[in-house]
Design a protein around this ligand. Structure first.
Ligand code: AOF
Ligand code: ZN
Length: 360
């Protein structure tokens, strides 16, 4: 196995920590000797051992091996001892990493190992490693607001629901299981007020058990969120916010506060996102509807789109992005394709606007 293949394997391993390690990054590590894998591991649980430690523990004799890891090793005494020292103590001879750790306290492992005489190579699959931990990197490099992703499931002609407003189910069971999995990796799941009313969703993650259940968020400028919604009824058990205007909050507070709903009041989109970040939300997955998606895009607030395209035609219905201002082709924004893959009969497309790129 060459360095790139081993890095791809490290990234696959890193995904195993999805829903369990945030706000830490997803990290996987592979130990190679003469191109053969002799150990591997991943960061599996927040506060638990880092990827490199699991990889070292899985290996009988790491002396002289190459360690391939998607984030440079840490140098700090955090909840666990520094990985850079553990790799040096184990006698690892070569380090291959993808990107540097923007956390000033934790980072610096690549340099530490190089200065100790280890052969160090950086930048391998740097784009893939950046996309893997986009919320972590944005959290460090653009800390004022959460990482915002949109998820949508549309027909081939770009509708979220048929002309009668029915949206269940556009996508198939594999795509719906994927969305359940996706939710587990975000601090919060958001919907617009109309979607909250029409679908009356739970917005919980049921495919894997997240370490912390995502906070649920309803965006409603009027604050008119019915007391009878499942989200409101369960707000004492799972944190639930209504994002609204200042007047909306005053109007809605008497009915909803008693149910345990909390408020973020703001006069425009970016201010609302800053309010959510101040309330501890580092990453937000918005699941609809089209109007909310359109206004977030319009505000330049969307970092990533998870688009599930189902192979059916509706002709008329609810458009995926509501009203948007037009853009001439010559100056249209082009986003970066992060992933394309089949989900049963459906197709997942993941695109990023402008990555928060760490150094490599
Ligand atoms: C690594 N390998 O697998 C991870 C790293 O509080 P701690 O001790 O768990 O440290 C968390 C920080 O360490 C986290 O914010 C990030 O900077 C780095 N994560 N580093 O060498 C790993 N998960
Ligand atoms: Zn570490």
């Amino acid at each position: 196995m060459n360095d790139r293949d081993a890095m791809a394997r490290a990234i696959t391993l890193a995904h195993q920590g999805w829903g369990r390690v945030a706000p830490n990054p997803l990290v996987g590590a592979v130990l190679l000797r003469d191109g053969a894998v002799i150990g591997e591991g991943y960061h599996a649980e927040f506060g638990g051992p880092h990827a490199e430690i699991h990889a070292l523990q899985s290996c009988d004799d790491p002396k002289g091996a190459t360690c391939v890891v998607n984030l440079e090793p840490c140098t700090h005494m955090g909840k666990t001892p520094p990985c850079a020292e553990a790799l040096l103590d184990a006698g690892v001879a070569r380090l291959v990493y993808a990107v540097l750790d923007p956390d000033r306290k934790a980072g610096g492992g690549a340099r530490r190992l190089r200065e100790a005489g280890v052969d160090v190579v950086g930048g391998v699959l740097a784009e893939e490693a950046t996309a893997l931990n986009a919320p972590f990197f944005c959290g460090h490099l653009r800390p004022e607001r959460p990482f915002v992703a949109l998820k949508l499931a549309s027909s081939l002609d770009g509708f979220l629901a048929d002309a009668g407003g029915r949206s269940q189910w556009i996508s198939g069971p594999d795509a719906r299981a994927f969305v359940q999995w996706l939710r587990a990796g975000f601090d919060a799941i958001g919907v617009g007020r109309r979607t909250a009313e029409v679908d009356d969703p739970h917005l919980t993650a049921r495919e894997i058990i997240p370490r912390i259940p995502p906070t649920r968020i309803v965006f409603s400028s009027s604050g008119a969120v019915p007391r009878s919604l499942k989200l409101v009824e369960t707000a004492n058990a799972i944190p639930t916010f209504v994002v609204t205007s200042i007047e909306g909050r005053e109007r809605a507070r008497p009915a909803l506060s008693g149910a345990g709903v909390r408020f973020v009041a703001a006069s425009e989109t970016l201010e609302a996102l800053q309010g959510l970040r101040a309330a501890g939300i580092r990453s937000l997955l918005v699941e609809g509807g089209g109007r909310l998606a359109g206004s977030l895009l319009e505000a330049g607030a969307v970092d990533r789109v998870y688009w599930i395209q189902a192979p059916l035609w509706l002709g008329q219905g609810t458009p995926a992005f509501g009203e948007r201002s037009s853009s001439a082709l010559i100056e249209a924004q082009r986003w970066t394709v992060v992933e394309r893959r089949p989900l049963g009969e459906d197709t997942l497309l993941v695109v990023d606007r402008a990555p928060c790129s760490p150094e490599s």
